[in-house]
Ligand binder design. Sequence first.
Ligand code: ADP
Ligand code: MG
Length: 324
Amino acid sequence: MTLSEFDLIQRYFQADTTRSDVAVGIGDDCAVLRVPAGHELAVSIDTLVQGVHFFSDIDPYSLGHKALAVSLSDLAAMGATPAWVTLALTLPHSDPDWLKAFSEGFVALACAHQVDLVGGDTTRGPLTLSTQAHGFIEQGRGMRRSGARVGDLIYVTGTLGDAGLALRAKQGLYQNTQDASKLMQRLERPLPRVSEGRALARLATAAIDISDGLAADLGHILKASQVGATVDIDRIPLSHAVRAYGDETGDWLLALSAGDDYELCVVVSEERQREVEKLAASFQCGLTRIGIIEQESGLRCRGADGRLLELGVCGFDHFAGYET
Ligand code: ADP
Ligand code: MG
């Protein structure tokens, strides 16, 4: 069975709005939305393309989850409170079973964060999903990439390298026996650190979410803030599986270079250290201090023996290697 564009929208995406700040939701030419007084609107869009951002065999529930999770992660990195989302769906065909599972994955995460789907677009073509998330920031309170100062401390939430290891296992590059399904969850159903981002917004001088790898994403903070940093490799929080992978292969740079973890990297002034660590005691995912901001530009990585390591090119760049 195939569905028309309008049936499809109505059946899978048009739910009653749950938020009082939605004046007009799905069904008109525009959504009409109210931003609370004293707040700014944070907006971010992300696109997932089959074959680039996910494998064709990903289950549609996970894909629905991930399409929203990556956008909520951007809001988390600014310390924003998510409110609304729009979804542009390009589908090769309208398969009801696929759409049902996709929308369930999307809606489950939306509900968990009290986010309403307020509009979108549906077209036919190679499977591509664009999600635009909207959130609120108290005026002037959002975390930016540009606020890091010399002497500030660098923290990350959760553990790093899990999604990268799952990807390696999936590509047959590593035979992992430990925690295989847990790792796959990290790749396919990342948990955006929304509450952590909101809590840290009061205290941080800069932040970013780790989508392209710690080295690349911390690099964006350093560039925007016109500073450098040293990260202690052995301080980077690792899961058992990533630690076992390091032991076995000697590749300890995975956690620095692999993307898709969607953890937060947050910079905090030294005076706030105690306050931040006290706050982080309530984070289920944990918060770990991994390095320090310095005047000398660039990112340096220090091994357990105190020696600085040479870093190759880290992180993912969609246009790397293309002629312009
Ligand atoms: P228009 O042609 O005026 O842009 P559409 O026919 O594309 O309107 O969409 C009708 C309504 O359905 C709009 O409110 C639009 O925001 C919504 N919509 C379309 N596709 C989606 C989708 N994939 N998810 C959520 N809402 C959607
Ligand atoms: Mg219209």
